[in-house]
Design a protein around this ligand. Structure first.
Ligand SMILES: [Zn+2]
Length: 101
């Protein structure tokens, strides 16, 4: 998921712990029904998250300082790519469904 401009909110002063973030990712992976081979959290310049075709999902460290709702959006978007690689109709429909429930 590409970074587009600067988010309109201020970053949180206190970052959430990596373990908490990781458990958010794992909870969503279960809900969506995917099993990432590896979850990595490291600094990324142009993206909030990416995934490899082999099932490795990487998240930008900056996400730890973003509000919960935004973290959720990025997590769900990226995990969904393990099911649907492209941003087509199906992807958008599923994304919407997951984020509205
Ligand atoms: Zn995407």
């Amino acid at each position: 998921m590409k970074k587009t401009g600067v988010p309109e909110w201020q970053p949180l002063e206190q970052a959430v712990p990596v373990d908490l973030f990781r458990s958010e990712v794992e909870t969503w992976a279960q809900r969506i029904g995917v099993s990432p081979r590896e979850i990595r959290i490291r600094p990324m310049k142009r993206k909030w998250a990416s995934c490899s075709s082999r099932g490795r999902v990487t998240f930008d460290t900056d996400l730890l300082r973003q509000p919960a709702e935004f973290r959720r959006d990025v997590i769900v978007h990226e995990l969904l790519h393990l099911k649907v690689p492209h941003h087509g109709k199906l992807f958008r429909a599923l994304l919407k469904a997951y984020l509205e429930t």
